[in-house]
Design a protein around this ligand. Structure first.
Ligand code: ADP
Length: 262
């Protein structure tokens, strides 16, 4: 009886403590849930490329190594798998920093058109494989100076353009435009005529690890982190990101940036 009483007292104590400290305890619980969820997703994302690489190595050891052309083919594929792993780990590193707010933005004035050109050049080969054209919507004659962390904004544009290629159709087009908005802002749009996103999925695509078609997206590579990274970077700049999309018609991602006083 004594024990029961003591236990009871203890439970009461904990409950009282919990009541007093409700916020802290909830926060801890949420953090724990978040951590579990994150780790679960991370191991899931790493598994596929790891098994792929392992598969090629085992095949090589199993005899494929003795055939010169097979050896090269499997080594190249294993290399691709490792490359994918590196991309995923880099994205994970970045999203972690962005989520804990451990990322200092280096704000400077830069010409956004030059940034587009850099990214177009980097993605030229990737786009050519699907015969996708990357274009500006008009001939900009003068530079357009904006304020932001140039490297991070380049990452945003890269992620959006990579997606427009990945989810774009053969012979498609991706168009990039910059438009003046009120109050010293510009809006940058990336528009494709690809597969589009359904309404119900549209609400979730900015969540980390969320993918519309798991198997399809996986065949295209990626970590399911691209848009989560994009959203974090834009919000870290105190700017806004929007998406509009129609299934089988295409998607338009847009975000705002501050104009530089030049
Ligand atoms: P992933 O690595 O899967 O590309 P993202 O976070 O970049 O991850 O995108 C999340 C999901 O949103 C993608 O899996 C894809 O289904 C959808 N998506 C993103 N961009 C586009 C687009 N331009 N057109 C159609 N679907 C898209």
């Amino acid at each position: 009886k004594t024990i029961t009483t003591d236990m009871r007292t203890l439970t009461d104590e904990i409950e009282k403590f919990a009541k007093d400290k409700k916020i802290e305890i909830d926060t801890l619980k949420i953090r724990e849930e978040y951590r579990k969820d994150f780790l679960g997703n991370v191991s899931h994302e790493l598994k596929t490329p790891l098994f792929t690489v392992q598969g090629y190595i085992l095949t090589l050891l199993d005899g494929a190594m003795d055939d010169k052309s097979l050896r090269k083919k499997y080594l190249q594929r294993a290399g691709k798998g490792v490359e994918r792993l590196i991309y995923i780990v880099k994205d994970l590193d970045l999203i972690t920093k962005l989520e804990v707010g451990d990322l200092n933005l280096e704000i400077e004035d830069f010409n956004i058109l030059e940034l587009f050109q850099n990214v177009f050049d980097l993605l030229e080969m990737k786009a050519a494989k699907k015969n996708i054209t990357l274009t500006f919507d008009m001939d900009y004659k003068n530079p357009i100076y904006v304020k932001g962390d140039k490297e991070k904004i380049q990452q945003v544009i890269t992620n959006l353009l990579v997606n427009s290629i990945k989810y774009g159709q053969q012979n498609g087009t991706t168009e990039v435009s910059v438009e003046n908005l009120i109050k010293n802002k510009v809006i940058i749009r990336v528009t494709d005529n690809g597969e589009g996103i359904s309404k119900q999925n549209l609400a979730r695509i900015f969540e980390r690890f969320y993918r519309v078609d798991k198997s399809g997206s996986r065949a295209e590579g990626g970590s399911g982190l691209g848009l989560a990274i994009v959203k974090h970077i834009i919000e870290a700049h105190n700017e806004k990101i929007y998406v509009e999309s129609v299934l089988d018609i295409g998607s338009e991602f847009s975000f705002t940036l501050e104009k530089a006083n030049k």
